[in-house]
Design a protein around this ligand. Structure first.
Ligand SMILES: [Cu+2]
Length: 591
C-alpha cells in the first residue's frame, strides 16, 4: 500500500527531553521514588495527558548506580485510580476507508473496556537486567497496594549496563507500562571509565523509544488521552506516534562531536529497525555499537546493513559521530520495521519511503538530530572493550542441562488468537499423548508438553553455577523477544526450521507438531546472528521458522523468577513462565 496519512502532529518541534538523573552515590545509596499519577505533555500541540509515572514523570528519573555499591530503594506507591489509559478493541481491523485502525488515533468505534478503567493502582516493580535477589525481583503476583511500603535492595554486583525498571503486574503490565510506569537505570564501572566513554549529558544521553496513541474529540482533534487500541485480528497494540523520552518525534541539537546514546525499546509490542538518514541516503557508518543488554561488547561493531533492530526491551549502547558535519546539517532517525514484526528485511536505502499502513507503520520518523555551531570534538573509539567474559566452552556445555520451549499461537473462537509458550520434556517411549517431534540429521527427538500456562507447576529448576542450554522454538508467524530474569545469557545458534502443526494440534495444554531442521522453501529470513547479539544479552529475538539456542548460567541468587516474551500483550497472556534457581546442596532434596 502506498497511501500516506497526513501527520496530525508537527514532527521535530519539541526538544528531546533528558529524564532527571538520580545519582545513587549522592544519596548514600538510599533512594525514594514515588509512583504516582501525573500530567505529561507528549507534544507541543497536544493537551496534557494523564499518566502514571515514577516520580509522576514520563519517563521516570534515570537512576545511576555504581557497580558493587548497593542501592536501597523505597518504591512508594501513591497511585490512585482510574488508570489513565482508555483501553479498547476496535470492532473492525480497518476503518471505512480501509485504513488499519491501529494506524490512526481515536477509538475507531471501540467501546472503552471497563475493567482496566477500574484498576486502582496495585503495582510491582521489576529492574530489567538486574542481578536481583528473588524477593526484590518484582514477581508479577507480589503486588503492593497504594500506601503499602515496598523497600527493595539492589546489590548492583554486576557489570556496567543500561537497565530499566518498569511495572510488572500480572495481566496488566501492558496497561501500566503504557500509562508511563517505566524508567532507565544505568550502572557504571571502572572498565567504562578506563575507556574514557562519555558519562552524562551533554555527550551521553538515553533514548527511550515507545509508541503511543491518543483519543480524538468529536471534531477529530487529538485530546491527549492515552489510548491502548487493538483490533479483532491483532492482539498487540501498535500505536502510530513514536515518542523518545516522552516526546513525539523530538529534535536534538548536537555539537559537531561524538555522542553516546543509550537506546532502549520500551514499547509494548513494536520492534524498530533504526536507520540514521541524511539528506538522501542512510548514514549508518556514523554509528558504532559498543554495548548491548548487559553492557560492553568485546569489540565495537557496525550496525547491521539494514539498520539496528531493537525488539521490546532490547538495548544498544551507540557512539554516533557528528563531528564532520556543518552547522545546520540534519540527520533523521527512521524506523523501517513493519508491525507485527516478523524479521523481514527492509533496505536502509529506502528508509525514507518506509511508511506502510498495512504494516501499521504510518510514520517512520523517530527523531531528528540538528548540528549546531560549536567546537569540534571527535572521540577515538577503543578497539577492545570488554575483557571480562568469554563464550562458554564446548566442555562447559557438553554436560549442560537442556531445556526446550515452543512458542505457539492458539486460535480462540471468541477472541483474537492467543500467543502461548509450551515447556517440553523428552517423552518416555510408552507415551501415547500428543507429541512434538524434532528431526535433525535423521535423528528424531520426541517431546511432550509439561507446562502451558503461568499457573502450571514449575518444571525448570536450574542449579546455581551450572550452564544450561535453552532451546526456543518459534512455531508462530511473528518474532518474539524472549527475556530471562536474573543472569544474562549468550546466544549459541539461530537455525531455520520447517514444521507442520497437526490439525487441532494446539489446544489448551498439548501441542502436536513435527519439526525438521532446515529451511522452509517460502522462508525469506537469513536466520543470522547479528554481531551486536554476540554479547551478554537478557532479551533475544526468536524469529518465525527458527530455533534459537542460548547458554545461560544462573550464578548468585536462589529463588523464584520468571521468563517471558517481552511483547507485553504476550507476557500478560500467556507467554510467561516461572523458573526456580536452586543451590547445589539443596538439589538432592528435590522430589
Ligand atoms: Cu511474544
Amino acid at each position: 500500500m502506498t497511501r500516506v496519512l497526513t501527520q496530525p502532529l508537527v514532527p521535530f518541534v519539541d526538544t528531546l527531553p533528558v529524564p532527571p538523573r538520580l545519582l545513587a552515590p549522592q544519596h548514600g545509596g538510599r533512594l525514594t521514588v514515588a509512583i504516582r499519577a501525573g500530567a505529561h505533555r507528549f507534544h507541543r500541540d497536544l493537551p496534557e495527558s494523564r499518566i502514571w509515572g515514577f516520580d509522576g514523570t514520563v519517563p521516570g528519573p534515570t537512576i545511576e548506580a555504581e557497580r558493587a555499591q548497593p542501592v536501597t530503594l523505597e518504591w512508594r506507591n501513591e497511585l490512585h485510580g482510574p488508570l489513565p489509559v482508555v483501553v479498547t478493541i476496535a470492532p473492525e481491523a480497518t476503518d471505512a476507508d480501509g485504513v488499519p485502525v491501529q494506524a490512526v488515533p481515536g477509538l475507531s468505534g471501540g467501546a472503552p473496556d471497563e475493567h482496566p478503567t477500574a484498576l486502582a493502582g496495585h503495582t510491582v516493580v521489576h529492574l530489567h537486567g538486574g542481578l536481583t535477589p528473588a524477593s526484590y525481583d518484582g514477581w508479577a503476583e507480589n503486588l503492593f497496594a497504594p500506601g503499602q511500603p515496598a523497600v527493595f535492595h539492589y546489590p548492583m554486583d554486576q557489570r556496567a549496563a543500561l537497565l530499566w525498571y518498569h511495572d510488572h503486574v500480572m495481566g496488566v503490565t501492558k496497561y501500566d507500562v503504557y500509562a508511563g510506569l517505566a524508567g532507565l537505570w544505568i550502572i557504571r564501572d571502572e572498565r567504562e571509565r578506563e575507556l574514557g566513554l562519555p558519562e552524562g549529558p551533554p555527550f551521553e544521553l538515553p533514548l527511550l523509544i515507545q509508541d503511543r496513541n491518543f483519543d480524538v474529540d468529536d471534531q477529530e482533534r487529538l485530546t491527549g488521552q492515552l489510548v491502548h487500541k487493538t483490533d479483532p485480528d491483532v492482539m498487540e497494540a501498535f500505536a502510530p506516534f513514536t515518542t523518545v523520552n516522552g516526546k513525539v518525534w523530538p529534535v536534538l541539537d548536537v555539537q559537531p562531536a561524538t555522542y553516546r546514546f543509550r537506546v532502549l525499546n520500551g514499547s509494548n509490542a513494536r520492534t524498530y529497525q533504526l536507520v540514521l538518514f541524511g539528506d538522501e541516503a542512510p548514514e549508518l557508518e556514523r554509528i558504532t555499537q559498543i554495548g548491548t543488554d548487559h553492557g560492553l561488547l568485546r569489540a565495537p561493531v557496525s550496525v547491521p546493513p539494514d539498520g539496528l533492530v531493537l525488539a521490546s526491551a532490547e538495548r544498544a549502547d551507540l557512539l554516533v559521530d557528528f563531528s564532520d558535519l556543518e552547522p545546520g546539517s540534519e540527520l533523521t532517525l527512521l524506523n523501517t520495521a513493519a508491525a507485527p514484526f516478523d524479521g523481514s528485511a527492509f533496505p536502509a536505502a529506502d528508509a525514507s519511503d518506509a511508511a506502510d499502513l498495512d504494516g501499521l507503520l504510518p510514520y517512520p520518523q523517530v527523531m531528528r538530530f540538528r548540528v549546531i555551531q560549536d567546537q569540534v570534538t571527535r572521540r577515538k573509539i577503543p578497539h577492545q572493550l570488554a575483557t571480562d567474559y568469554r563464550s562458554p566452552t564446548p566442555e562447559a556445555l557438553g554436560s549442560a542441562r537442556r531445556r526446550a520451549i515452543a512458542l505457539v499461537e492458539r486460535e480462540l473462537d471468541d477472541a483474537p488468537n492467543m500467543l502461548t509458550m509450551r515447556e517440553l520434556e523428552i517423552a518416555p517411549d510408552d507415551h501415547t499423548g500428543p507429541l512434538l517431534t524434532l528431526t535433525e540429521g535423521g535423528q528424531t527427538t520426541r517431546y511432550r508438553t509439561v507446562a502451558s500456562h503461568f499457573e502450571d507447576a514449575t518444571t525448570f529448576f536450574p542449579m546455581l553455577g551450572e550452564y544450561e542450554v535453552w532451546q526456543l522454538i518459534n512455531l508462530t508467524g511473528d518474532t518474539h523477544p524472549i527475556h530471562l530474569h536474573l543472569d544474562p545469557f549468550q546466544i549459541l545458534s539461530r537455525r531455520a526450521i520447517r514444521y507442520e502443526i497437526r490439525q487441532d494440534g494446539i489446544d489448551d495444554f498439548d501441542l502436536a507438531a513435527s519439526i525438521t531442521l532446515g529451511r522452509d522453501p517460502d522462508d525469506q529470513l537469513d536466520h543470522a546472528i547479528d554481531d551486536n547479539e554476540r554479547g551478554l544479552k537478557d532479551t533475544i529475538r526468536v524469529n518465525p521458522h527458527e530455533i534459537v539456542e542460548l547458554a545461560v548460567r544462573f550464578t548468585t541468587y536462589a529463588g523464584r523468577y520468571m521468563y517471558h516474551c517481552h511483547i507485553l500483550e504476550h507476557e500478560d497472556r500467556d507467554m510467561m513462565r516461572p523458573f526456580v534457581t536452586m543451590p547445589a546442596d539443596l538439589m538432592p532434596f528435590m522430589a
